[in-house]
Design a protein around this ligand. Structure first.
Ligand code: NAD
Length: 237
């Protein structure tokens, strides 16, 4: 069993609010050295903030460099940045589908690329992607979103083969509906329907997703896994 003897150097991408902020806070509270990215809005107390937009590869590179300069290494990356749009396919434009893929899929892939470059030199590292249970079940009104997250999971399955031999693990946490700004546009009718489809009868709090991200990041023999954290939503459907 590998024992952690020192605080880990952690980068959380998209740490300004919601699941990412809860994750950055939790790692910091549990003793890790945490850097979180934001886009001008700051990060929780106890976390070092760095500005980055995953659509801009040079800003990702400089966020990774900032972590290296301040802590000397990069042990864990949580790739949490994501966006969604509510629009039926009949009204969807290629432009809006591109925007969703640019952040959720391509942006996440570029974060992994630059983080893994550094982890490769260390011969160790742990990467946690944040997908969505809706990539497995489907959800009307955001087919670009579910497709972008399903693509991210496919990406993980290839990347883990490329990086596993270098001691780098890559896993995915797939949250069910979680109480963050992302679900604010849901109508009360849709909320009620989704709650009815969730055995635990409530949505997740961001801290509950963060807890599984923490465990996944710090495990030692898990790679290529997709871990659903859904309160049962999506099972037995
Ligand atoms: P949120 O909207 O509260 O937070 C999204 C985070 O991503 C913010 O910090 C935002 O600044 C960041 N971000 C967005 N675009 C970015 C960009 N171009 N560059 C860098 N950062 C960017 O939403 P959340 O619910 O906390 O979502 C976090 C992750 O969890 C997302 O990947 C989302 O798809 C996923 N998720 C959320 C739910 C849910 O119900 N809330 C369910 C399943 C999966």
């Amino acid at each position: 069993m590998h024992q952690r003897t020192q605080p880990q150097s952690v980068l959380v991408v998209g740490a300004s609010r919601g699941i990412g902020a809860a994750t950055a806070k939790l790692f910091a509270e549990r003793g890790d050295l945490v850097t979180g990215t934001h886009r001008g809005t700051g990060v929780p107390a106890g976390v070092t903030g760095v500005e980055a937009d995953v659509r801009d590869e040079s800003s990702i590179q400089s966020a990774v460099r900032t972590v290296l300069d301040s802590t000397g290494r990069l042990d864990v990356v949580v790739v949490n940045a994501g966006i969604t749009r509510q629009e039926l396919l009949v009204r969807m434009t290629a432009e809006s589908a591109r925007e969703v893929f640019e952040v959720n899929t391509i942006g996440s892939m570029m974060v992994v690329k630059h983080a893994a470059k550094l982890m490769n030199r260390q011969r160790s590292g742990s990467i946690v992607l944040v997908s969505s249970e809706s990539a497995h079940t489907g959800i009307p009104g955001s087919s670009h979103y579910t497709a972008s997250k399903a693509a991210l999971e496919g990406f993980m399955r290839s990347a883990m083969w490329e990086y596993g031999p270098r001691g780098i693990r890559i896993n995915t946490v797939a949250p069910g509906t979680t109480e963050t700004d992302m679900i604010a546009p849901l109508t009360s009718e849709n909320r009620a329907k989704m709650l009815a489809a969730t055995p635990l009868g409530r949505f997740a709090e961001p801290e509950e997703i963060a807890d599984v991200i923490y465990w996944t990041a710090h495990s030692t023999f898990l790679t290529g896994a997709v871990i659903p954290v859904t309160g049962g939503e999506g099972f037995g459907a």
